[in-house]
Design a protein around this ligand. Sequence first.
Ligand SMILES: [Zn+2]
Length: 212
Amino acid sequence: MSDKPLDTFDTFDAPTAPSQRKVDDFEEFNPYQAPQSEFAIVTPGVPIFRDRKLLVFAKDYPLPDRCVLCNAPAEGKRIKKTLMWHNPAWYLLILFNLILYVLVAMIISKRAKVAAGICPRHRKRRTRAFLIGWLVLLVSTVLLPLATTISDPTLSTVGVGVALVLMIGSVIFLLFRTNFLSPKRITKTHVIIGNAGAAFLNSLPVGNAPTD
Ligand SMILES: [Zn+2]
């Protein structure tokens, strides 16, 4: 295991032994390649496995007490989330009517409750990201109306611009840095996660994710 920090941006960048890196790189270029022989291939009924860079587990399966980002002991700490997923084609509805999309998404989305282990290091990083993101968002929402009251037009424009950049930046920062377990797909029986860490994935047997 490496001391290199992992987060949602670089969860697949964990250093690996040269032979392992070779396999990962190969999979990158040829996603349909059969699993390599050193991996155990799951038999039907195995509740948790990986399919290339996807984490796949049966709904309601209790995830192990290990960090899903770096595979370190989670020491009993978990993040509980209700994941929602729908076919991405439904996003087209946003072009017509945002409220209609939200209503439809609430109805058609498949849901799954998960409680995933997280190690002390990643827990701290997540908390810190939340604090920084929300603090900047708060500052920018105060700054924006204040900037409009500045009498000097140039200063006012600069103030409004800075406030808007901080506001949008903090929202993007929060979306990406605190995005823990993002569902790639939820089927009738399985949850498929797209941003689990490489170290955790490499500890699992290999299988094929179900498609429905
Ligand atoms: Zn961790």
